[in-house]
Design a protein around this ligand. Structure first.
Ligand code: C2E
Ligand code: MG
Ligand code: MG
Ligand code: MG
Length: 283
């Protein structure tokens, strides 16, 4: 143990010396965060919250999204918007992403064991995680170990991930489908996917990025974009979700345009498992 500790320390020191040369505050902040991130899994500092997704027509809970939270011992909660990009750059996102997948499957299994009428749960996959050969193996073993129904698991990849290495992407998506896992395209509208690609790839759902939903009632351009995405999803027979819904005016707009599903603070913030459970309804 002491040898391992020494190794970890000397590695930390090397990193420190490497970065110290740059001597600007943001990078030393970054380094501190990076070192802590290395240990966050073993220290059990990660948890998942779950944000409900509702069907707009029926008001029914139809899915939820697992969102990673880092409870840092000194800084408190660090936003995934802050540490996921860092994890992505350093490659740590692969180990973190594997933890997320396994923990999500374990949570689904715990809920299923109690006989709750649960909904599918979606997990965000980073670009790096999506293109690693281990992904499908990890998914298979997580499904096997927990014995959950694969239809209860969905994955979200961003539009940008979808557009890279397109042949490989197609093969991975097909294998995910063979496992029975649905695929959503996250942050849709922020990338540059063409109609042809969307038609070629076996995806199930488009999640309209919340930057378009935010101002949809007052910004004519955003209204046109959101309406166009809903129309696009409809003509390709994909389901469509609006993210970041915060007001009843946005809900009314989305209803009029025929959006299938909604997710956002207007309905619910991301919740710890114990607070989500009551929404499942009795067995
Ligand atoms: P995302 O996948 O697009 O997740 C939706 C984000 O929007 C979440 O932020 C959620 O809390 C937030 N949100 C939901 N409704 C509203 C709303 O009405 N208003 C506003 N202003 N925000 C809303 P969060 O949890 O901070 O996550 C940020 C991003 O971090 C996620 O964006 C996703 O890209 C990434 N992320 C989170 N968890 C994971 C993970 O387990 N793995 C990976 N690779 N990325 C993750
Ligand atoms: Mg997402
Ligand atoms: Mg999104
Ligand atoms: Mg996002």
């Amino acid at each position: 143990a002491s040898a391992a500790m020494y190794q970890a320390k000397s590695k930390g020191l090397r990193n420190y010396l490497f970065y110290a040369g740059e001597s600007d505050a943001p990078s030393s902040q970054r380094l501190l965060l990076e070192n802590d991130l290395h240990r966050a899994i073993e220290r059990g500092e990660f948890v998942l919250d779950y944000q409900p997704r509702y069907e707009l027509g029926s008001g029914r809970l139809c899915a939820c999204e697992a969102l990673l939270r880092w409870q840092h011992p000194a800084r408190g909660r660090v936003s995934p918007a802050e540490f996921i990009p860092l994890a992505e750059e350093t490659g740590l996102v692969v180990a973190i992403g594997e933890w997320v997948l396994r923990e999500c499957c374990r949570q689904i299994a715990r809920w299923a064991a109690r006989g709750l009428r649960l909904c599918p749960v979606s997990v965000n996959l980073s670009a790096r995680q999506f293109h690693r050969v281990e992904l499908l193996g990890t998914l298979r073993s997580a499904l096997d170990e927990t014995g959950i129904d694969p239809r209860l698991l969905e994955v979200e990849i961003t539009e940008t991930t979808l557009m890279h290495n397109t042949d490989e992407t197609l093969a991975i998506l097909e294998q995910l489908h063979r496992l029975g896992i649905k695929v959503s395209v996250d942050d849709f509208g922020t990338g540059y996917s063409s109609l042809a690609y969307l038609k070629r790839f076996p995806v199930d759902l488009l999640k309209i990025d919340r930057s378009f939903v935010n101002d949809v009632v007052h910004d004519a351009d955003d209204a046109v974009i959101v309406s166009a995405i809903i129309g696009l999803a409809r003509s390709l027979q994909l389901r469509v979700v609006a993210e970041g819904v915060e007001t009843s005016e946005q809900v009314e707009f989305l209803k009029r345009r025929g959006c299938d599903e909604v997710q956002g603070f207007w309905f619910s913030r991301p919740l710890p498992p114990a607070e989500l459970e009551p929404l499942f309804g009795a067995p």
